[in-house]
Design a protein around this ligand. Structure first.
Ligand SMILES: [Zn+2]
Length: 401
């Protein structure tokens, strides 16, 4: 797969709905067909590879991830979860085994959101949380539309596909952080995905000449920003498992000999514990007010997005852990700091994820790497989770009553 969109430094650039994405999709379709699967493509270009079970009336088990990448991204992010699903199908074929339930391996369209923003569009529309027509009209940097590009590469299906209710969903993915490698564990068992808060901050100072204005008479928006950024970092550093990031900074006029009169910046706060996350946000607001006062600038802070945490189904989380134990793979309970397609699927299907270590904790970069042994270990855990849930008798349901 890494050949589709290969970059000189061992990474991939396989942006959603490009020729590279199309070629990768064609390859997936061929491989899954050879492994005994039917392929269905819905109107968002989501590809569903269906391995028929013995009792096709039972709710199916789902797994999968995404095959698009970031620009100059890694070879494992997303695609590992789809290829592991393929490996599960091949293993069942090799062993002449048929599951009781259908197994559906999915390739979700545009998870990364790099070419067309927002990301996780395929799973978001599938979950009914994003509007298909609105997503069709998203444009990339060159003014090409999502809908136009989906049609151009031949992946705009003619009907929707709705296999709901689903019995269980597993997404296998690289960790994209340093925790597993550092702790010496092979399998990460996230209990869910952290909550998230986004803010925009607008600072107003007084624009003036960089030369004649005395230092003690300045209302410098960049200085105010710098004081605030330092505080925000410290608050995150001292918090209990909450992270705080200043990601975007836009000073105006952004000129070397002008004291900036305005500065806009963004804050991203994430944590598992909603109360602790909200406490961090309150501390940040307080620090911004204090630093505004100290620097003679005014600040207004506005929340632009908030997502509640997504706890996975405890029985399936336990099943991932038990499967790792049975395979004698050291496993660590953790949370996912990154978002995934499963955030959406988890809203209507009992779900869990399986992580494997990212060497050096690096991802969204060409250097992204996971050892083949760890890739195989994660696929083994996935296989065991699918063997169990895919053979669950009709009476078993993971839903809350
Ligand atoms: Zn991913």
């Amino acid at each position: 797969m890494a050949r589709y969109g290969a970059t000189p430094n061992n990474g991939v650039t396989r942006l959603a709905l490009t020729d590279e994405d199309r070629d990768a999709r064609n390859q997936l379709r061929t491989w899954f067909n050879e492994a005994g699967c039917e392929t269905v493509v819905d109107r968002m270009g989501n590809m569903f590879f269906i391995l028929p079970g013995r009792n096709r009336n039972l709710p199916a088990v789902m797994t999968g991830s995404h095959c698009d990448s970031q620009p100059q991204g890694g070879r494992f992010d997303g695609i590992l979860g789809i290829l592991a699903g393929l490996e599960v199908c091949r293993t069942l074929q090799d062993e002449n085994m048929q599951l009781e339930r259908d197994l559906i391996v999915v390739n979700w369209t545009n998870e990364e959101g790099s070419r067309f923003t927002p990301g996780t569009t395929g799973s978001g529309v599938f979950a009914g949380r994003l509007n298909r027509e609105e997503m069709y009209s998203l444009t990339d940097r060159n003014g090409l539309t999502f809908g136009g590009e989906l049609r151009r590469i031949g992946y705009m299906g003619e009907t929707d596909f709705d296999p709901r209710p689903l019995h269980a969903n597993f997404e296998y993915h690289i960790e994209q952080g340093p925790v597993l490698e550092r702790s010496g564990n092979t399998i990460g068992v996230p209990k869910g995905i952290v909550c998230l808060r986004w803010y925009d901050v607008n600072l107003h100072g007084v624009p003036n000449h960089a030369g004649p204005t005395p230092m003690n008479e300045r209302q410098d928006a960049v200085y105010a920003f710098a004081c605030m950024a330092r505080e925000i970092f410290q608050i995150g550093l001292n918090a209990d498992e909450v992270v705080a990031t200043v990601g975007e900074v836009h000073p105006t006029p952004n000129s070397r000999n002008v004291i900036a009169g305005h500065c806009r910046f963004t804050i991203d706060v994430r944590g598992w514990d909603e109360t602790e996350t909200d406490r961090v946000c309150a501390d940040i607001k307080w620090a911004i007010a204090a630093m505004a006062k100290k620097t003679g600038c005014s600040a207004d802070i506005r929340q632009t997005w908030a997502v509640e945490r997504a706890p996975f189904h405890p029985d399936l989380v336990q099943l991932v852990h038990d499967s790792a134990d049975r395979l004698k793979l050291p496993a660590l309970d953790m949370v996912s700091g990154a978002s995934h397609d499963t955030v959406y699927i988890n809203q209507f299907t009992p779900s869990a994820m399986i992580f494997v270590p990212s060497i050096g904790g690096r991802s969204h970069a060409e250097i992204e790497e996971t050892s083949w042994a760890d890739c195989a270990a994660g696929a083994d855990v996935l296989l065991h989770c699918i063997l169990r849930t895919g053979n669950d008798p009709e009476a078993i349901s993971y839903r809350k009553n």
